[in-house]
Write a protein that binds this ligand. Structure first.
Ligand code: HEC
Ligand code: HEC
Length: 298
């Protein structure tokens, strides 16, 4: 392990040296200019905000106002805090346009053109449609303004340099693996879209390398010991789930209730995934997710 960390130090140093060049490296593309003309559906937006964890991650469970931020996310490189997403123009995103919002959520880039840390799970939201974004935006407009100041990230050098994130993005940012498979059922494809995309199960269940990149080729859904705060997530590839005695029904039930087939409750981060997220999804969507999980492609 020590040698690995030394390797990380060397990479960090190289990243630091390359920073000068990297500052000038442009990222991101403008959204289509038709976005603002779409009619957003508040109900679907709120549903997506649950499925995607926006509400969970941007609401402080210790009495914070909805979406006012302040949830600490401890990473090996320092601590980040989810920002205030309420409609307050000074403390929240009340002065943003829907285009700013689309670029932040789908591409992970701020209105100032700076990359966000991938602890914000934007890599999983890249394939949200324009209509999905309009729906989310409509739902966010209903959130009352709140004057909770966002907390500045406390990251160690060189990870405090946002420009360095451009290098990380070039190496490890993958499009979500949500491409539909024609030979599979509609249910299976809906499950795939949710599991691989918005519900970002892979953020915790796919093994990460020393720089926090997901090892999607070799260790997809193979479990991870690099959760924010240092927890462990077990493997959820199909073979492991079958080994663990799961089937579509018990899995869908567990995602609804947090209760496993042994009668235990999901603990830790998974308890929160259910509490703030999956318990609000329809039985059809949970069954779709379970259908996909129990029959994942090789
Ligand atoms: C796992 C936690 C997590 C989830 C889930 C999450 N976010 Fe965030 N979000 C963050 C963090 C942390 C940041 C700050 C990133 C940074 O400073 O680089 C952030 C930043 C943002 C920003 C930028 C705000 C600003 O002031 O610059 C927006 C907009 C945002 N998130 C929207 C969303 C939406 C919409 C969703 C759901 C589709 C979502 N987030 C889901 C953690 C999360
Ligand atoms: C924030 C991190 C996180 C996210 C996101 C997450 N999980 Fe988990 N998951 C965990 C942790 C931690 C555990 C272990 C729970 C425990 O200790 O009781 C777990 C356990 C599980 C288990 C039990 C596996 C077993 O054999 O015991 C399943 C199934 C599961 N998760 C499915 C999912 C699905 C499906 C998603 C996406 C909707 C998801 N998880 C998203 C952290 C996460």
């Amino acid at each position: 392990m020590r040698r690995l960390w030394k390797g990380a130090g060397a990479i960090a140093a190289a990243v630091a040296v390359g920073l000068g060049a990297v500052y000038a490296w442009p990222i991101g593309t403008p959204p289509p200019d038709t976005l603002a003309s779409l009619d957003g559906d508040v109900g679907n937006g709120a549903y997506l905000a649950r499925a995607a964890g926006c509400i969970a991650c941007h609401t402080n469970p210790e009495g914070g106002a909805p979406l006012a931020g302040g949830v600490p996310l401890a990473t090996p490189f320092g601590t980040l805090y989810s920002p205030n997403l309420t409609t307050d123009p000074d403390y929240g995103i009340g002065d943003w346009s829907i285009d700013d919002f689309a670029v932040a959520v789908r591409q992970g880039i701020s209105p100032e053109g700076e990359p966000y840390y991938p602890a914000f799970t934007y890599p999983f939201y890249a394939d949200l449609s324009d209509q999905d974004i309009a729906d989310l935006w409509a739902a966010f407009q209903t959130v009352p303004p709140n004057e909770t100041p966002s907390i500045v990230a406390d990251m160690t050098f060189p990870f405090d340099q946002r420009a360095a994130l451009k290098v990380w993005r070039a190496l490890y940012q993958y499009d979500p693996l949500t491409e539909p498979v024609e030979a599979q059922s509609e249910d299976w494809n809906r499950g795939k879209w949710l599991v691989e995309g918005v519900s970002h199960c892979a953020a915790c269940h796919t093994t990460r390398n020393i720089l926090g990149g997901r090892m999607i080729e070799t260790a997809k859904f193979a479990g991870s010991d690099m959760l924010p705060g240092g927890g462990n997530a077990p493997p959820i590839d199909t073979a492991s789930l079958l080994d663990g005695g799961w089937d579509v029904e018990s899995l869908a039930y567990a995602l609804k209730t947090g209760i496993t087939p042994e009668g235990d409750a999901f603990g830790n981060a998974m308890g929160e995934v259910v509490l703030y997220g999956t318990q609000y999804l329809t039985v059809d969507d949970l069954t779709a997710m379970a259908t996909y999980l129990m029959d994942q492609p090789e």
